[in-house]
Design a protein. Structure first.
Length: 562
């Protein structure tokens, strides 16, 4: 067998297989190596609007429509399988006091305009692996790297039973990155602000929020929390509930469960079964989700979630996705960052393959992005854990995240609109390369970034005991009032707990704001004279969304009747 490749990718998760598919499609000889095999559990099961748009950008740029299927619920069900996705119609947060019944008014939610998916990652990751293989990538599973040697011509990877050589290595192996270990890239890295740990598993028989806690009439939510990515928050932590069985087309009975805890608040990891039982004893409303539920796999225990690297590129390698760093699953930013990383690094690798010039300096803009995105997410998450102290504080703080997210997704949609109009690959690459705030939520807005900085400073002052909770909330509200015209929605109305609406009118209002583009964004949005378009992910117009929601409601009623 030929054991010499242009590019070797370590890790056959979603990052490595997507990049492998792209490189193989472009004629690059690529091998994907993994110490394990599929199927397997992976964190990062909730899509968000940014991730779906980035998938469409990649699919169109490299003429691989299959890349975008997991961003479209119907395509995911059709092409990957009916067990591969739950439906997500909102991002919801329910606050809980210790030893208290949950108040259904202590809920905030952001309904999404187009249905998104909860990804059953063992299916989705295996799907992308098969795609990479079909497009020409060589796959080596259950192949553990024993040693890596850098030479003048590339890298030699010793797998024990064989050796591979590659001109370049992309490490997408996550925390246990062999490249990070070889070059000791975790040493000397920036100190992380977030100090969190996690236990997570899959369960069956998990009951629904509307079934056992409160109806939509009681919470006021326009979307059932059972059809959302549900976050139960409490002081010093949060629990995710991500169902895969919450729509009529699903054949998957499972639900993903993950408990994240602040180490300083809750101490180091212990026995996960004991810890989860204690959490349920402390939060009686949340416990009702799990009456009669059963685990279908052992708990995965992560004693510390947060890590980063001092560098992410070298002359003959780069780190990708969670090999660079990780903060916390809160806000589901991991997939967004992974997909944007691929959009940024793939053109650089393709150019280097063509010229056979491999220089670290040619990848430094990717390094700047990859390290900055971990830094920004770290500060966002650390202050979010502080905001878990009370519902009023969270109701004020979560708007800092969602306002930046709205601006960011509109910028991605503009990039997609421009590319669909022009097909200019160089302009697409430059749209990422010239981002004003690479790795930040807004991507382009100086007004939002000033708000983010001031909001974080206020939260950090509260955490340090320098101001009260009431004063902190007042500061946050004043920031949103001052920046009202520079944000796509009026986030200063703290009585509005459900920020968005799944309606054509709401979608049109976002597009009007984006195309008028206040706050320093106009030049970016006007470039190429292509207005931002909202295509509802092509497959779901608003009426289809309502029909799907109605079908899902009927399925919930049938579920309760069983």
């Amino acid at each position: 067998m030929e054991n010499t490749y242009d590019v070797a990718i370590i890790g056959s998760g979603i990052a490595g297989t997507m990049l492998g598919a792209i490189l193989a499609k472009e004629g690059v000889s690529v091998v994907i190596i993994d110490a394990g095999t599929h199927p397997r559990f992976a964190v990062g099961e909730s899509m968000v609007p940014e991730s779906a748009v980035l998938l469409k950008i990649l699919a169109n740029r490299y003429a691989i429509p299959e890349l975008a299927y997991p961003g479209e619920l119907n395509s995911l069900i059709k092409h990957v399988g009916s067990s591969s996705a739950g439906i997500k119609l909102a991002f919801s947060f329910a606050w809980n006091g210790k030893h208290q019944e949950h108040n259904p008014l202590d809920v905030v939610s952001t309904p999404v305009i187009a249905p998104e998916a909860h990804l059953f990652r063992q299916d989705v990751d295996a799907y992308y692996l098969a795609l990479a293989a079909r497009l020409g990538a060589t796959i080596k599973q259950q192949a553990r790297i024993q040693d890596i040697e850098e030479t003048a011509d590339g890298m030699i990877l010793n797998l024990g039973r064989e050796q591979l050589s590659a001109r370049y290595v992309v490490d997408a192996a996550g925390y246990r990155s062999p490249i990070a270990d070889k070059y000791q890239l975790r040493q000397g890295a920036r100190e992380m602000q977030a100090r969190t740990r996690s236990i997570f598993t899959h369960m069956t028989g998990v009951k629904l929020y509307e079934e056992v806690i409160a109806s939509t009439q009681a919470s006021g939510s326009p979307t059932p929390l059972a059809q959302s990515t549900l976050h139960h928050m409490f002081k010093g932590g949060w629990l995710w509930i991500i169902p895969f069985n919450n729509h009529p087309h699903s054949t998957n009975p499972l639900c993903s469960i993950g408990l994240q805890l602040d180490i300083d608040e809750h101490g180091p990891a212990g026995d996960p079964e004991v810890e989860f039982k204690q959490f349920l004893d402390d939060h009686p409303s949340v416990a009702r989700h799990f009456e009669g539920a059963a685990r279908v796999r052992e708990w995965t225990v992560a004693p510390r979630l947060n890590y980063t690297s001092r560098e992410s590129v070298g002359d003959r390698y780069c780190l990708l996705g969670h090999a660079v760093g990780f903060v916390d699953p809160l806000f589901s930013r991991g997939l967004v960052n992974t997909f944007e990383s691929i959009a940024r690094v793939a053109p650089k690798i393709l150019k280097a393959v063509q010229t056979d010039v491999w220089r670290k300096e040619d990848f430094l803009s990717y390094q700047d992005y990859s390290l900055e995105v971990v830094k920004v997410n770290d500060r966002l998450v650390a202050n979010s854990f502080t905001a878990f102290d009370s519902f009023p504080l969270w109701n004020a703080w979560f708007r800092v995240w969602i306002s930046g997210s709205y601006i960011g997704v509109l910028r991605f949609r503009k990039i997609l609109s421009d590319y669909l109009k022009t097909g200019d690959n160089e302009a697409l690459e430059q749209a990422f390369e010239t981002a004003t705030y690479a790795g930040h939520l807004s991507i382009e807005s100086p007004y939002y970034e000033a708000l983010f900085e001031a909001a974080c400073t206020a939260m950090e002052a509260y955490r340090a005991g320098q101001q009260s909770e009431a004063q902190t909330i007042e500061v946050l509200q004043r920031l949103f009032e001052e920046q009202r015209e520079h944000l796509p929605i009026d986030f200063a109305d703290f009585s509005n707990r459900f920020i968005s609406r799944a309606s054509q009118e709401f979608a049109d209002s976002l597009l009007k704001w984006a195309n008028d583009a206040p706050g320093g964004l106009k030049a970016r949005f006007d470039r190429g004279n292509a207005p931002v378009k909202f295509d509802f992910l092509d497959s779901y117009r608003y009426g289809d969304r309502l029909q799907l929601a109605a079908e899902a409601d009927a399925a919930l009623q049938a579920y309760r009747a069983r």
